[in-house]
Design a protein around this ligand. Structure first.
Ligand SMILES: C[S@@+](CC[C@H](N)C(=O)[O-])C[C@H]1O[C@@H](n2cnc3c(N)ncnc32)[C@H](O)[C@@H]1O
Length: 288
């Protein structure tokens, strides 16, 4: 190796070291986050930063839950290549004996790859299910402790919420992805002149405003919905906007029941919001 190549390699490793808090760079290689010659491209750097931030924010929740029940069951919905699951396991769950992490992903080829890595001997408490979230109830039984969904597309975040509620999940960590359902309803229903207050329509008359407003109101609906089921919610940004536009983090912890006055108040606010904008989201329609 020439002096220049050696220096370059060192700077790549330093770059990764700045981000990677785990013991083994091998995991990042196997996940293709870094290349075999230990380079990190801009997309991977962004992804790693997002995953780290999320893990930092959910670790206290995991530790709290673990103190009460060491047989924690965590699910990662819309797991994709399972970056979140493997890194979370490597950094946090490996030390917490008894915890299990289950990844649910609809793309079979990604699930097979994750299974291969999990079976390599270092991730014995990880499992993967090839299924839509909606149909995963045969393979993933409650009660669940934590439901994670990082950038699960469109209504997959809503399916993760419904799944968690039906399985009595104690907490959620959700970073929603692109959102199309409500933007379409704003275009066809609310935008078709059926709103009582027509000035509201100016908020989403343009396609780009409809997309942004649709995404915003969707996350408001998700938050109120969780509150109406007895969850305390915290909504923040995950990481600087320069790293991702899909950046809203909804954390929810079960603190009461749907018949608690605070939950009833949230339900009422949700009903009023939906009525005002003539919206009928799947999240609410599917409620039991
Ligand atoms: C944008 S990727 C995010 C993957 C991963 N969570 C991450 O952040 O790297 C969304 C993933 O969700 C999966 N997905 C979408 N809808 C789903 C559903 N209804 N059930 C299960 N997986 C779903 C897609 O196949 C895709 O792999």
């Amino acid at each position: 190796m020439t002096e220049k190549t050696a220096k370059e390699k060192l700077s790549h490793i330093n770059d990764i070291r700045e981000l990677w808090k785990g013991d083994s760079l091998e995991l990042l290689k196997v996940l293709h986050i870094i290349t075999r010659d230990e380079k990190l491209n801009a997309d991977s750097r962004r992804k790693l930063k997002q995953v780290y931030h999320l893990i930092q924010l959910i670790e206290p929740i995991i530790q709290q839950l673990y103190a009460k029940n060491p047989n924690l069951k965590i699910v990662d919905m819309g797991a994709g290549k399972s970056y979140l699951g493997f890194i979370l396991y490597d950094l946090v769950l490996r030390k917490l004996e008894g915890t299990r992490l289950i990844g649910v992903e609809t793309r079979d080829e990604l699930v097979q790859k994750s299974k291969e890595l999990a079976n390599s001997g270092k991730f014995e408490r990880m499992e993967f299910v090839a299924s839509t979230i909606e149909a995963a109830s045969n393979a993933v039984k409650g009660p669940l402790d934590l439901v994670c969904a990082l950038h699960a597309c469109d209504t997959a975040t809503d399916d993760a919420i419904l799944f968690g509620i039906h399985t009595n999940a104690k907490a959620f960590a959700l970073v929603p992805c692109c959102q199309a359902e409500i933007a379409e309803q704003l275009r066809t229903k609310a935008g078709a002149g059926s709103l009582v207050d027509l000035t509201l329509q100016t908020l989403f008359a343009q396609p780009i405003h409809r997309r942004e407003f649709g995404s915003h109101i969707t996350n408001v609906i998700r938050t109120l919905f969780l509150q109406s089921k007895g969850y305390k919610t915290t909504v923040t940004e995950l990481i600087g906007w320069e790293h991702s536009l899909k950046n809203e983090l909804i954390l929810a912890e079960k603190v009461s029941t749907p018949d608690h006055p605070q939950s009833i108040k949230s339900q009422k606010m949700l009903d009023e919001l939906l009525l005002k904008f003539q919206l009928s989201p799947r999240l609410v329609n599917c409620r039991s």
